[in-house]
Design a protein around this ligand. Structure first.
Ligand code: MN
Length: 378
């Protein structure tokens, strides 16, 4: 049948259209800075000291996808997308460890190249992506940490750069949206993937990771009617949060709904609700929306969640019209096995960015040049 490998065949052709300029620059720079390889090596692009993407297990740079690190955050406006970590677990009400989430997610990206076959995108060539390090959070003080996070988010958004946030527990959803919404006149829609609604006012007397959407939807231009929550369900649902969602008119889509109507229809509905009268949409992805069997490294694993394929398909579909920012939260490396939770966390970001590049929503600025090259720090 001609259509069986529609995507496979398209991607095979599409690869030929992607430039290779940044990779070539990287190889050249690697030889200049890392010395040419030993005479016995046949491949003359290999340096003595690892100074580029390869080998994936070497050249630890510590950034997301080994992308350029920008130390001076005043320069963040030169980039189109800026990744930053929010190492925080003060909002966790059961298993901690998400303060190591940013580290774990970054490290897991050493397993990935910059190119996705079926999406037909090479981020190194097509996106000006940088890593600006982590927010200085205050352990044991949620409110001061929230202020730090909002200020960080606000700075990146104000420079016209799209923020990608590596959590951190989900309490950060409130300060990230607060920082983002401050730079928009119109409304912000939120597409929220999670097993949990996270809409109660307080938990254990504080604004813990079960509460971000109560507080975020109190923000003038982040109304609850533009909040759509996908993947909800199971036995970890505080009824106080359900009541708030009902009263404020949030939209809840369960895993059963996804199963019944399929990912395309769910994505369509999510986009409709989030974008209704809104000028921008933010993606908040709690990794625990995926079935606990695939994400052991998280604060509140809940069996029966989305399959990774479903989750990634949904992320791709809702990313297509473009996003104002992305956060991936609740990855807790101390509870992870074989980096699988971190790998999935990274994939959510990579797939979302690639789809936005493919759709022409990102990739308008030239990809980063070798001054801050992809590869290990010289
Ligand atoms: Mn959750």
């Amino acid at each position: 049948m001609a259509n069986v490998n529609q995507e496979g065949a398209w991607a095979q052709r599409a690869e030929a259209e992607i430039p290779t300029a940044r990779r070539e620059e990287e190889l050249e720079r690697a030889l200049a800075h890392g010395l040419p390889g030993a005479p016995t090596l046949t491949d003359r692009t290999i340096p003595t000291f690892a100074r580029g993407e390869l080998p994936h297990f070497a050249g630890e740079r510590g950034t997301f996808l080994k992308c350029p690190y920008v130390e001076d955050v005043h320069e963040v406006g030169d980039a189109e997308v800026a990744v930053f970590g929010v190492p925080l677990d003060a909002g966790a009400t059961y298993r901690p460890g998400t303060r190591f989430g940013p580290q774990g997610i970054r490290r897991s990206t050493n397993l990935f190249g910059t190119y996705s076959y079926e999406l037909g995108v090479d981020l190194r060539e097509q996106l000006n992506l940088v890593d600006i390090g982590d927010v200085f959070t205050i352990p044991g003080n949620l409110e001061k940490s929230f202020d730090q996070i909002s200020q960080a988010m606000s700075h990146v958004v104000q420079q016209g750069t799209m923020p990608v946030v590596l959590g951190g527990d989900h309490s950060i959803g409130f300060p990230t949206v607060r920082g983002l919404a401050a730079h928009h006149e119109g409304n912000i829609g939120i597409i929220h993937f999670d097993r949990h609604v996270d809409t109660q006012e307080t938990d254990l007397d504080e604004r813990m990771h079960t509460t971000p959407w109560f507080h975020a939807t109190n923000i003038r231009n982040a109304p609850a009617t533009n909040l759509v929550q996908v993947g909800i369900g199971g036995w970890q649902a505080p009824r106080a949060g359900v009541k708030v969602g009902r009263e404020r008119g949030t939209t809840v889509i369960t895993v059963g709904d996804v199963e019944r109507v399929g990912v395309e229809r769910v994505a369509e509905t999510a986009l409709e609700i989030a974008w209704q009268g809104a000028e921008a949409v933010y993606l908040s992805f709690d990794i625990d929306v995926i079935d606990a069997g695939f994400v052991p490294g998280t604060g509140w694993p809940e069996p029966g969640g989305l399959l990774p394929r479903e989750a990634l398909n949904l992320v791709r579909l809702v990313s297509e019209p473009g996003l104002a920012g992305i956060e991936v939260v609740e990855c807790s490396p101390p509870y992870d096995w074989a980096e699988q939770t971190a790998l999935l966390s990274a994939r959510v970001i990579l797939d979302s960015l690639a789809v936005q590049v493919r759709a022409g929503k990102l990739g308008r600025k030239a990809a980063a040049r070798p001054r801050a090259a992809w590869g290990p720090t010289p």
